[in-house]
Design a protein around this ligand. Structure first.
Ligand code: NAG
Ligand code: NAG
Length: 474
């Protein structure tokens, strides 16, 4: 008898302290069919509504199978913590015109959310990437993000995959205490604007032991990112782990506290990057630390760029007013796929303060000679072994104005992944530049051929085998 009540008390304790005994709301019991074609949005919303109303921990379960799902918003606040367990695959409509909003699966205003299950959110983005004209059209239609977390607190997102989103894979806004662990992001190198995890206006977000393969930034940290830890992340293909771009909009909040450690970047366009727009509104970004990072054939392994201006969408030549301070780059090693392995280009108006560079070992094996580095408007504190020597070359902006240039019908193979690069001058953007029918392949282990453009808005016509001018876009 005494034993029995002891066991009872123990079980009761367990049911309060974890979700092991959570009440399960299986979408199948609400009519969801895993046949790959019947839309389960109504079943999912009904299961969510009941789970969210439960006064004890609850779980929404999507079992194995492939389930078609149109866009849904899973709203809180909920009465108790809720787990979302995805065992199977959720499939978005392939046609982007079927979406009314900019999110496919949206979680909002939930305190105590867990996501688990080993399943996949398949955004079916292939058709959408072909329709993405944001490179040429500043008023382009915003395509849906696979997973949006709006004002979610005390959350753990683990052991799930987001695949082929039409736009950003994950967008986190207004989060507090949120962790991604063993989280997987997957999309090809040439998918456009598929940032892995974008975070803005959030405090205390961790991305741990995760792998991100995508067509844009693996992690991008927008304004108001505070106390963000990225640890044990493998990135590539992709555009690296980025802070910014900052300074494009009014009323941006400071970035404060970014800790990127023990990460591996493979065949990406950038490694670790901080980018701000020229001619920006005033702002600050401080306390950002990048340490113990392995680079494997990365185009720009370390890059701080305060003149970030892809597609000439800004007043180039007018310095950024984002004040950057307390930055460190330490223990960064491996291989660079371009000669300038370290670039620290700060603003002329507000030079960077308290920048530390220590223990860098980056090797470049190209025809131009060994790796080098460039600095502007910064006096970094140096220590340890530095290869290349820090700030070996001053960055001298060109004053030569280039215009009326066309590259047409250019084909064949490229010996580096960067098959198309237009690097125009900061104060003197290129004018009247045309790209047409560029058919270049790259057959190395870094995946598909890629491209970069800066301070230029070329006219792009014809049919090309690679997406042109993707590299420096955010
Ligand atoms: C942060 O969230 C996790 C996951 O829900 C939770 O276990 C932990 O207690 C939270 N931490 C704080 C300080 O509230
Ligand atoms: C670094 O990250 C890798 C995963 O990429 C992990 O296996 C390893 O244990 C981590 N090391 C440390 C010291 O955290």
């Amino acid at each position: 008898m005494a034993m029995k009540s002891y066991v009872g008390a123990l079980l009761l304790l367990l049911s309060f302290s974890s979700s092991i005994n959570a009440q399960v709301f299986n979408v199948a019991t609400y009519g969801a069919k895993g046949d790959g074609s019947s839309d389960i949005s109504q079943a999912l919303l009904s299961a969510w509504k009941e789970a969210c109303a439960s006064t004890t921990p609850a779980k929404v379960l999507i079992p194995g199978g492939t389930f078609a799902l149109t866009e849904v918003a899973l709203d809180g606040p909920c009465k108790a913590p809720v787990e979302f367990e995805l065992q199977g695959t959720l499939k978005a409509p392939a046609d982007p015109s079927l979406f009314k909003t900019d999110g496919w699966v949206v979680f909002q205003r939930i305190d105590g959310l867990t996501m688990s299950g080993g399943g996949t959110f398949d955004g079916q983005g292939k058709t959408a990437w072909g329709q993405n004209d944001c490179a040429k059209n500043t008023n382009c239609r915003t395509l849906p993000t696979n997973l949006r977390f709006n004002f979610v607190t005390n959350a753990l997102i683990h052991d799930v995959t987001t695949l082929d989103s039409k736009y950003f894979q994950v967008n986190v806004l207004g989060a507090k205490n949120m962790t991604f662990q063993n989280f997987h992001v997957n999309a090809p190198a040439d998918s456009i604007n598929t940032d892995g995890i974008h975070i803005g206006r959030s405090d205390g977000v961790n991305i741990l032991d995760s792998d991100i393969k995508t067509g844009d930034d693996c992690v991008s940290l927008g304004d108001g990112s505070r106390q963000i830890t990225v640890k044990g992340v493998t990135c590539g293909p992709g555009h690296g782990i980025s802070v910014g771009s900052l300074g494009k909009y009014e009323n941006e909040e400071p970035v404060e506290g970014v800790f990127v450690t023990n990460c591996t970047i493979i065949g990406a366009d950038n490694g670790v990057r901080i980018k701000t727009w020229p001619a920006s509104k005033p702002g600050t970004a401080s306390d950002m630390h990048f340490e113990d990072i392995q680079m494997d054939n990365v185009l720009n392994p370390v890059i701080l760029d305060q003149g970030y201006c892809p597609f000439n969408q800004c007043k180039a030549g007018v310095p950024s007013l984002i004040k950057i301070s307390k930055v460190s780059f330490k223990k960064i090693r491996g291989t660079s796929a371009s000669q300038v392995a370290v670039k620290v280009l700060c603003s002329q108006s507000v030079p960077c303060q308290e920048v530390e560079i220590a223990d860098i070992d980056l090797v470049y094996n190209g025809p131009e000679g060994p790796a080098t580095s460039e600095c502007a408007n910064v006096k970094p504190v140096l220590s340890g072994k530095l290869n290349p020597a820090a700030c070996a070359k001053p960055h001298i902006p060109t004053k030569v104005k280039i215009s009326d240039v066309s590259f047409r019908d250019i084909r064949g193979t490229s010996a580096t992944p960067l098959a198309e690069k237009l690097g125009c001058g900061r104060g003197v953007p290129c004018q009247k530049l045309e790209l047409a029918d560029i058919n270049l392949r790259y057959n190395g282990r870094n995946g598909a051929a890629t491209s970069q453009c800066a301070n230029v808005k070329p006219t792009i016509t014809g049919k090309s085998s690679l997406p042109l001018c993707v590299g420096l876009r955010s």
